[in-house]
Design a protein around this ligand. Structure first.
Ligand SMILES: [Zn+2]
Length: 167
């Protein structure tokens, strides 16, 4: 049987989190949203980690999250600015897999931060499958976790393996 394998890192998206702040460009207090992009700045002695927030008009505000000492960190630090992009899960297009003869998709959960229900996650990541269709397939054993039938509300942990029969 042709199988397609994926490795997923699940990190809860806190993008909806709003912070009310005064925006000097807008000239008033407005909601800022976390872009989930993190900025690292180093000056040779310290490394600073910032969260980048944006107001509705795209003005940025950086919140300092942490400061690391360059030398206790055992890393060579130069004057630099780097960005860390949020990890985005690829959407699965199962109808395309089926056309290519793939009958089973395996997803290895590598890392989890936050709480992820299998039915909600798969309904979001699989193109064309509604939450109800996912729930039906879980109950019918067409979606297994660690080779077993689970409840639709099953919460995923690191090292879980999801097997999906593409039908
Ligand atoms: Zn603004």
């Amino acid at each position: 049987m042709l199988t397609n394998e994926h490795t997923w890192v699940l990190i809860e998206n806190k993008q909806e989190q709003e912070v009310l702040r005064y925006c000097s460009n807008c000239g008033r207090t407005v909601p800022f949203l976390d872009t989930m992009i993190r900025r690292h700045n180093s000056n040779g002695k310290n490394v600073y980690r910032f969260a980048i927030y944006k107001c509705v008009k795209n003005h940025t505000w950086n919140e300092k999250l942490a400061t690391y000492k360059a030398y206790t960190d055992h890393r060579e630090v130069l004057d630099a600015e780097t960005f860390e992009q949020p990890f985005e899960l690829p959407r699965l297009h199962l109808s395309q897999y089926l056309e290519n003869g793939v009958q089973e998709v395996t997803i290895l959960i590598e890392h989890v931060e936050g709480r992820f229900r299998i039915d909600k996650l798969l309904a979001e990541q699989i193109e064309g499958w509604s939450r109800n269709q996912v729930i039906h397939r879980i109950k019918a054993g067409q979606i297994l976790v660690n080779h077993q039938i689970v409840k639709p509300g099953f919460t995923l942990s690191a090292r879980d393996t999801i097997k999906i029969r593409v039908l």
